[in-house]
Design a protein around this ligand. Structure first.
Ligand code: TRP
Length: 455
């Protein structure tokens, strides 16, 4: 059988929609606000912004470059530059770029399932007339229900497989062209609404007035992890999307565009959520339950219109999640169909089946399997459930390691003439700054963070 043909984005703009779709996800709307709240507001936001600029943009450029230059999915890409004495190492990095997104997908699909459950529940009025404490109880009930978790997880994997199976143009492009504008419109409506009814001024102070005494190594670490996850770095998504870029498109401009849009959405999500949270006096350090526990209370308090905003909000989350899950599935499917022997649709279905199987265990580690600690005999994994182990390995350990390895690869192994040409910046100051960051600052910085988190 002929390997599948390598497709290309219709335009730079569709690439941006898709890459921003990958970057903007649960990480921005669900995770960013509560991590900001838990880590002292403005100080965290400041460090986060610095990390996006110093690590995020250079790495986005590096991953896009490897993809576009090779015109291959991650493993093929890492093998196509040639001439390295440690090619085995780069092969391993290529594998890791394929496996990390699959790992992330197993738990990401479960959380994406929560958003579907909430959008549906809001729609049929399950959250109307909430009594005291009911909201927290309902969230716990969802987590405790194997049937619900597996049902919604199955649906989110099914939707993802359905889109990815159709290929780049009719699957990915069509989806992001509809979902991304919808997402921006919903987000703007929610921010406007929050700024009128909520405590907007206090939110601005909270997010932008740094209390420098709160900056600790742990905060820097949290900010770096959040930035990597939010920008979809270290995990094949950006690399494979880069491989669909044509040569006339500027990689630096695209990288800046993705970083800017992703950060803007995270901040906007803060402005959609904090004004309401402050105005209603809910505990803003509510952790992962922030949007699932507190917002239903708030929507309920608003009366009839609250139900509409509730549906909108959770649809927003679901859309954001889907444009991310497709980018998490795409690397492996592209690899199997272009370099392996599978038709694209078949590759998507096989991957979906594997994900679903692992996903069931991940979903059930919230309830029936909550006492199973697979690597509990190792100190690093003590007390971690199946979900915890997969999340820690994919989103903490290997995601960071991958980013570090790729910056070393681009900075030290790929020929400078190749990078010079791909960046299209000439041998300018900007190019030199990028090269310096990629050769020294990113590997050392990420290595240090990694050392701190993992070792
Ligand atoms: N960036 C997405 C978010 O913020 C999640 C995501 C999509 C992702 N693709 C990724 C995270 C690849 C890491 C790697 O929700």
């Amino acid at each position: 059988m002929q390997p599948a043909k390598h497709e290309h984005w219709s335009s730079g703009f569709t690439f941006l929609l898709a890459a921003v779709g990958s970057a903007v996800g649960l990480g921005n709307i669900w995770r960013f606000p509560y991590v900001v709240a838990e880590n002292g507001g403005g100080a965290f936001v400041l460090i986060y912004l610095a990390i996006v600029i110093v690590f995020g943009i250079p790495l986005l450029m590096s991953e896009l470059m490897i993809g576009r230059s090779s015109q291959k999915p991650p493993l093929g890409a890492m093998q196509s530059f040639g001439g390295s004495r440690v090619q085995k190492l780069w092969d391993a990095v290529g594998w890791s770029y394929l496996l990390v997104p699959m790992g992330i997908l197993t738990f990401y699909s479960v959380v994406a399932g929560w958003t579907l459950d909430y959008a549906f529940g809001m729609g049929i009025g399950t959250f109307n007339n909430l009594e005291e404490g009911a909201s927290a109880r309902m969230f716990q009930e969802l987590l405790a229900s194997p049937v619900k978790l597996v049902f919604w997880m199955t649906l989110s994997i099914g939707i993802t497989v359905g889109i990815v199976a159709r290929g780049l143009k009719s699957g990915l492009e069509t989806t992001v062209k509809i979902l991304m504008p919808a997402l921006f419109i919903i987000l703007i409506i929610l921010v406007l609404y929050a700024s009128i009814t909520g405590d907007f001024a206090r939110s601005v102070t909270f997010m932008f007035e740094p209390d420098f005494s709160k900056i600790t190594p742990k905060l820097v670490l949290m900010a770096a992890g959040q930035a990597f996850f939010s920008l979809s770095l270290g995990s094949g998504a950006i690399m494979v999307y880069g491989s669909y870029l044509t040569r006339d498109i500027s990689i630096p401009k695209m990288a800046v565009g993705v970083a800017f849009a992703d950060t803007a959405v995270a901040l906007l999500a803060g402005f959609a959520i904090f004004p309401i949270v402050f105005a209603f006096g809910v505990d803003h350090a509510a952790g992962p339950g922030l949007v699932f526990v507190t917002l239903p209370i708030v929507f309920n308090d608003m009366g009839g219109i609250g139900q509409i905003f509730g549906v909108l909000f959770f649809l927003l989350l679901a859309f954001a999640a889907i444009t991310s899950t497709i980018s998490l599935l795409e690397p492996m499917v592209a690899e199997l169909s272009e370099e392996g022997k599978f038709k694209r649709a078949r590759a998507a279905i096989y991957c979906g089946a594997v994900l679903w199987f692992v996903g069931v265990f991940v979903a059930l580690s919230n309830n029936i399997l909550s006492d199973v600690h697979p690597l509990g005999f190792l100190p690093l994994f003590e007390g971690k459930t199946i979900e915890g182990v997969i999340e820690f390995l994919s989103a903490n350990v290997f995601m960071l390691l991958n980013g570090m390895m790729v910056s070393i690869f681009v900075g030290w192994s790929v020929k400078r003439s190749v990078t010079l040409e791909e960046m299209g910046l000439g041998d300018s100051v900007l190019f030199k700054i990028w090269f310096l960051l990629v050769r020294f600052v990113v590997p050392l910085g990420v290595g240090f963070i990694f050392y701190d988190v993992v070792l």
